[in-house]
Design a binder for this molecule. Structure first.
Ligand code: AMP
Ligand code: FE
Ligand code: FE
Ligand code: ZN
Length: 292
């Protein structure tokens, strides 16, 4: 029997807590994401765009029509001693000044970094910053938008091919950007009454270096709630490593698809979060889920 979360009057069984829309680097609008979540038979999703809350309101307007609950969230770009770490924040205060100020800084750092990447690429490809900006629109600009511009230019068939061939962290065109320190980020999330979960902490497909267990312990000290264990880009061995870290440090585990639309193979509901863990996040977070 699957465990069911009775948070409020509705029960939630199929819960996906890491989803992107076109407000960051997903390809579907927030409204479309909600419709796709209903189609995938999900009861609840967390919208976790990179460094912005912009998609929450338009997604919340589809909750009733789609019958899918929405947990407001965000995926914060951070780094610890040069190691990239994505931090999911659930149910923080969306009007938090500390978070919005940080998002503005990140946006600026992302723009500077993108100019540098475009400059490096322009030695071998006919590409301009304006073309990438056109793909990003008002979203925090990232490599997926750069991939889109290269696809549009006819260089690659899709985002994944562009990532594999020229946009990976190991590529000569890759440029790191200055992101918020991960420990400081967990503190900010707690200050904004959010619940902090470290996203895909062992996805070797994405990066070569990870936060050590000692560093994750440090994050736990300042209020980290959990680790994203079940994720399409983490194989069973990597998931087992995360389970072990979670057990040692007393951190909860989540599972999510990290859906980005047609730009990535991850499908909605591919990995799920235990209803009990979902309930716990609901009670710990300062904000409220939007329920049908
Ligand atoms: P950035 O934040 O600009 O460094 O870009 C990282 C983003 O690229 C991540 O959030 C992923 O969603 C996306 N990404 C990473 N690898 C791939 C891939 N192979 N195909 C498509 N998107 C990817
Ligand atoms: Fe992304
Ligand atoms: Fe991420
Ligand atoms: Zn993500």
């Amino acid at each position: 029997m699957p465990r069911v979360s009775y948070y409020g009057s509705m029960s939630f069984r199929r819960i996906d807590l890491h989803v992107h829309s076109s407000c960051s680097d997903g390809t579907d609008s927030p409204a479309q994401v909600m419709r796709l979540a209903a189609k995938a038979g999900l009861d609840a999703i967390a919208l976790t765009d990179h460094d912005t809350f912009k998609g929450i309101k338009p997604a919340s307007e589809l909750v009733t029509e789609c019958g899918v609950a929405l947990m407001p969230g965000v995926e914060i770009s951070t780094a610890y001693q040069g190691i990239t770490a994505h931090l999911l924040a659930y149910l923080p205060d969306p009007n938090s000044k500390v978070l919005s100020t940080q998002f503005e800084k990140t946006l600026f750092a992302r723009q500077q970094r993108m100019r540098e990447m475009v400059q490096r690429l322009s030695r071998d490809f006919d590409i301009s910053y304006a073309q990438v900006l056109q793909q990003a629109g008002s979203s925090p600009i990232g490599r997926p938008h750069l991939a889109d511009a290269l696809v549009k230019g006819g260089y690659f068939p899709n985002r994944s091919a562009a990532f594999e061939q020229v946009l990976a962290t190991s590529s000569k065109y890759y440029v790191h950007y200055q992101a918020l320190d991960t420990v400081a980020a967990v503190r900010l999330v707690r200050e904004a009454k959010g619940v902090a979960v470290l996203a895909h902490p062992r996805a070797a497909k994405r990066q070569r270096r990870f936060l050590s267990i000692a560093t994750i312990g440090e994050l736990k000290e300042v209020g980290l709630f959990g680790l994203e264990a079940f994720h399409p880009e983490q194989n069973p061995q990597e998931q087992a490593q995360i389970r072990e870290i979670g057990r040692k440090l007393g951190l909860k585990l989540t599972g999510s698809s990290d859906f980005h639309g047609y730009g990535k193979t991850n499908s909605l509901g591919q990995c799920l979060t235990d209803p009990e863990v979902f309930s716990e996040i609901c009670s710990l977070g300062g904000g409220e889920i939007v329920r049908p």
